[in-house]
Design a protein around this ligand. Structure first.
Ligand SMILES: C[S@@+](CC[C@H](N)C(=O)[O-])C[C@H]1O[C@@H](n2cnc3c(N)ncnc32)[C@H](O)[C@@H]1O
Length: 191
């Protein structure tokens, strides 16, 4: 690969069907309070929610270029690994369209787009630690809207959420020939 090729490669995930499904669902179901979009990318989802509702939306992303792009889209954004830097009970809403494609180790290529797409061998490598820390940053009556694909095994994600102390239910879905996309609404169990 030449330096020229590398310059032309996208380094931030372009909004796609999954981004649109999450944005449309969030605009319908969220209004008010403080929301965090994890993995904010270009800021598409966060900007839709900020402009269509009364919600204050902040973003975070592990990819520094994504943080620049999201700020250009008007979203206050910090560089972070998942929810690590945020204080306990900070958010009424957490949104995440995670990297979810199952990817065998020999196909990992270690660049920012891989971090946007690859969910490791089972597709749940990033979802697992995300759910483990979600209960800390989400307020007691808060909720998370998590985009999940059938490629990632939706039932397995629901089980991970239950193991972390949450209830989940499907609130939106869209089917394609090769996958089904679902938005799970995740709340503290017994909330
Ligand atoms: C599928 S893309 C979604 C981008 C955007 N939210 C959208 O819907 O168009 C996943 C995003 O998660 C970010 N990401 C991956 N791992 C992360 C982590 N550990 N912490 C924060 N962001 C992460 C990627 O850099 C990428 O921007």
């Amino acid at each position: 690969m030449t330096l020229e090729d590398r310059r032309e490669m996208p380094t931030v995930y372009e909004p796609a069907e999954d981004s649109r499904l999450l944005a449309d669902t969030a605009v319908e179901r969220v209004d008010g309070g403080v929301a965090l979009e994890v993995g904010v990318g270009f800021g598409y989802v966060a900007a839709q929610v900020a402009s269509a509702t009364e919600t204050r939306v902040v973003g975070c992303d592990i990819n520094p270029e994504a943080c620049v792009r999201a700020r250009e889209a008007g979203i206050e954004t910090v560089r972070s690994n998942l929810t690590d830097p945020f204080a306990a009970d900070s958010f009424d809403v957490v949104l995440f369209n995670p990297p979810y494609l199952p990817t065998p180790p020999e196909e990992e290529w270690d660049d920012p787009l891989e971090h946007a797409l690859s969910g490791g061998e089972d597709g749940r490598r990033v979802i697992r630690p995300f759910l483990d820390d979600l209960g800390r940053v989400l307020r007691p009556a808060g909720r998370c809207l998590l985009l999940v694909s059938s490629l990632t095994d939706i039932d397995a994600v629901v089980k991970l959420a239950a193991d972390a102390g949450f209830e989940s239910r499907e609130v939106a879905e869209e089917s394609f020939p090769f996958e089904r996309l679902v938005v799970l609404e995740i709340t503290h169990a017994n909330s």
